[in-house]
Design a binder for this molecule. Sequence first.
Ligand code: PEP
Ligand code: MG
Length: 621
Amino acid sequence: MHPACAMRSSLRANPVALAGHAASMACMSFQVFGLPVSRGVAIGRAVLMASSRVDVAHYFIDESQIASEIDRLRVARDAVATELGTLQRDMPAEAPAELSALLDVHLMLLHDESLTGATKHWIETRHYNAEWALSAQLEVLARQFDEMEDEYLRERKADLEQVVERLLRAMARGVSLSGLGTHVPRDFGGEDPLVLVVNDIAPADMLQFKRSVFTGFVTDVGGRTSHTAIVARSLDIPAVVGAREASHLIRQDDWLVIDGDAGIVVVNPSPIVLEEYRFRQRQDELERARLSRLRHTPAITLDGERIELLVNIEQPSDAVAALDAGAVGVGLFRSEFMFMNRAGELPGEDEQFEAYRAAVEAMKGLPVTIRTVDVGADKPLERMSMSELRHEHSLNPAMGLRAIRWSLSEPAMFRQQLRAILRASAYGNVRLLVPMLAHLGEIRLTMEALARAKQQLTDAHRPFGSIEVGAMIEVPAAALILPAFLRYFDFVSLGTNDLIQYTLAIDRSDEAVAHLYDPWHPAVLQLIATTIAKAREMNKGVSVCGEMAGDTDFTELLLAMGLRSFSMHPSQLASVKQLILRADTRRLAGEMHAILGSDDPAVTCSAVFAAPVGQAAYRAR
Ligand code: PEP
Ligand code: MG
């Protein structure tokens, strides 16, 4: 039997146990729909990370820690029992009798096997830390209360939550909390593969899962090019975001199939459906193995055009995957991940320098394009949920103090980063990239900061190499005055994720408007096409480093526009290369007029290019 079902049916006759009966219809099969962000199929048991009023650490423990973790739970339970007993004893005589009865209920819940016994079960079988196990069990029981018909009993859920909160606080008093997703050993002792289901994860937290046991992800919120989605894609693990109610509908330990191509989550699939998806998994593996044989094939089109295939990375250690994939350099190093979740203490010049140097040396002389820090919007410096971002800080963070705007507002920090990047340039081929520029005034301030950083290094006798400087074109204003930008820069890189967001006024991380986030919009295509054409006319390098670069739906279109440099996640490189090897850029360029003049470029592209365009990912929802 499904362990969660077994647990439900073993509940005793008290409010908690009654809730168990109400949940007897569990383990039902159904589907949840979201946005596909990372391809492939993942099959595993659901791990829900509950949101709690107390900051709960989630991490796996080793076999050897099980006893001490259960002990922590027991110590916390004893402490809460004492706390409640003291409250009862010290209750003033004039206090209403209901208050004492309420404390009785709390004590009964505290000692109930279905709370603490089942929590132990999560610790022993899943190797969750005690806080995680407790909040997981709270969630199981809370759902059961929600399904009860008796209003009095249903309302006891609030009592249960209070008891659990007391337990969590008691545990927190004894132990410092670590962050979501840290301490995740690969070998955690569990047998089934695990799939993570959460309301929301910050991009920096998602990055922690690089070394984790999870084989797939589902989130309630987020858009297809939100940074959480981008990091999930860089992990190359099937993921669905923007699945709205997923974390409420799915239960701990449900079996899940994540279809990362279609954006579907199948909950408790039937054996036939499961077999179908296992078959697809095997097909995907074969396809990947076939494509990986292209790794070291130069990316040259049928008509002899050499195409530069670069990668996007988030940390220096990603360079290994970049070289493995056959990349000829790094087109975008998102340096901001080093700045996030650091409890207010930003990395100093030396720490940054070491990280940049590590990436540069790992790339063995190939170019490494380091983007100056792009915090803000959905990449806050401190851990924050999307709702906190929207409601507690700037009302419209995507339009706020982000990227170069933030750097220019922190001049000392900015010069520190510039010095660190310049110093790394003494060890290889470094290019500097500046995000989100819109004003010529910002360019001038950036250039002044760079000149000052160079002077400071010269004065300190610190070596640095020559360095090309590029601008990200991701605000329509920048695309529209490109010739003025090109007077200052050696190259430009199209950040299509933001260019689409700002052209169409669609928050890229908001699933509510995800259906309007349309890379095929004629206005977006016009901006991309003219940027590529003008940069080429002026003999300046031009690349695309937004998600469009790694999406095979757009490979031929971008080649037709004259693009010769693409930067993407390492896992996307082989399939893009396959299309490049089959492409004839002269024939493709001949189709551009019809496409740019079309009211529905996606349909026109499907008709004129060899590979049909799979528009479903963007349009069908
Ligand atoms: C972009 O906007 O396309 C881009 C590459 O930058 P980021 O996704 O980090 O905003
Ligand atoms: Mg951007």
